[in-house]
Design a protein around this ligand. Structure first.
Ligand SMILES: NC(=O)c1ccc[n+]([C@@H]2O[C@H](COP(=O)([O-])OP(=O)(O)OC[C@H]3O[C@@H](n4cnc5c(N)ncnc54)[C@H](OP(=O)(O)O)[C@@H]3O)[C@@H](O)[C@H]2O)c1
Length: 301
């Protein structure tokens, strides 16, 4: 198959492109900067900014599957200007794709678009499956709009899949990469009261979920892409410290301090949601990494 990926140069997109190429698919990766060309005969970089319409949309329409991952990183201080970047890089990108699909009405196309468990807003410890209601903070509103725009493609194509990712854990990048230096220098500690839930997924499982969805032609709709066993921030902190053999000597990081440093983004660290992949489990999808210790062993050892 021909597969087009926005955000295919990123932490998730890169291993996904390689895995799809390994399965014999031809992969087109859209990028605003092709200074890192793909070192794989089945992967071609396409120049373009997904938030701006351009010739890249012609290549997209030649493909059987479109995977939409592009978006500016949320792991930064959220100033009002940066919030605009977070919105534009996702909503304009998705709108451009859907408008092009509408123009061509390519009914056999599969669109898989990213979303996040931030959709559900902040909760205590109740279990949230795909039917739970959205929240109303900044990330919830962004995820809701991101999904609504993508869902408009349903009028024109056979299948639309929305993947609500948990925090993706993998080697060499993502959230864990940002936490490690603190633990390395004995500065790791729980955030706030540590009771907030952290819904995570190993990058290996996430990549395989995409392949599962592409290969099973009957699938469409919404999926929580999280491991079956979310953990609290306290459990996560203890697990990392134990695997890295570092004592936890620092007091919990006070919420006010995080707020000062991170702005509104601090809320996503201090509050959380306990999300379960009900649909994947019901369909018999088998996770390689079900427990946080297993995932961290694989990533950190
Ligand atoms: N990683 C996680 O834990 C996690 C959790 C939930 C949801 N997600 C979502 O999953 C998607 C992929 O995540 P990731 O961790 O792979 O992200 P990433 O490593 O930051 O990569 C983001 C990709 O989006 C493109 N991009 C970055 N800024 C952009 C902008 N301002 N305008 C247009 N395109 C831009 C980049 O492509 P070029 O620079 O090559 O153009 C890059 O390939 C994101 O939308 C993210 O919100 C990730």
């Amino acid at each position: 198959m021909n597969i087009f990926i926005t955000g295919g140069t990123g932490f998730i997109g890169k291993p996904l492109s390689v895995a799809l190429s390994g399965k014999g698919h031809r992969v087109y990766v859209l990028t605003r900067s092709s200074k890192n060309p793909a070192h794989d005969n089945n992967i071609t970089h396409v120049d373009g900014d997904p938030a701006i319409k351009g010739p890249w949309l012609e290549k997209l329409m030649e493909c059987d599957v479109v995977i939409n991952l592009a978006g500016a990183s949320i792991f930064k201080r959220w100033t009002p200007a940066y919030k605009e970047t977070l919105i534009k890089s996702r909503i304009d990108t998705t709108r451009n794709i859907v408008e092009e699909i509408a123009r061509h009405k390519k009914s056999d196309l599969l669109l898989i678009s990213a979303s996040a468990v931030g959709y559900y807003g902040f909760h205590d410890d109740e279990l949230l499956d795909e039917n739970a209601a959205p929240g109303n903070d900044f990330l919830s509103s962004l995820s809701k709009e991101w999904e609504m725009v993508a869902l408009k493609a349903l009028s024109y194509v056979a299948r639309v899949i929305l993947n609500r990712f948990g925090i993706v854990l993998g080697k060499g990048g993502g959230a864990i990469h940002m936490m490690l230096p603190l633990f390395r220098y004995w500065l790791g500690s729980q955030l706030g009261n540590g009771r907030q839930y952290f819904s995570w997924i190993h990058l290996y499982d996430l990549v395989n979920i995409f392949i599962y969805q592409i290969e099973n032609r009957g699938l469409s709709g919404i999926y929580n892409c999280t491991a079956p066993n979310p953990v609290t921030n306290r459990e996560l902190t203890r697990a990392i410290a134990s695997i890295m053999k570092k004592p936890l000597i620092m007091p919990p990081v006070p919420g006010v301090m995080l707020k000062l440093v991170m702005g509104d983004f601090a809320d996503t660290l201090l509050k959380g949601q306990r999300v379960i992949p009900k649909r994947l489990l019901n369909e018999g999808y088998s996770f390689k990494f079900q427990e946080i210790n297993q995932a961290l062993d694989d990533i950190l050892l």
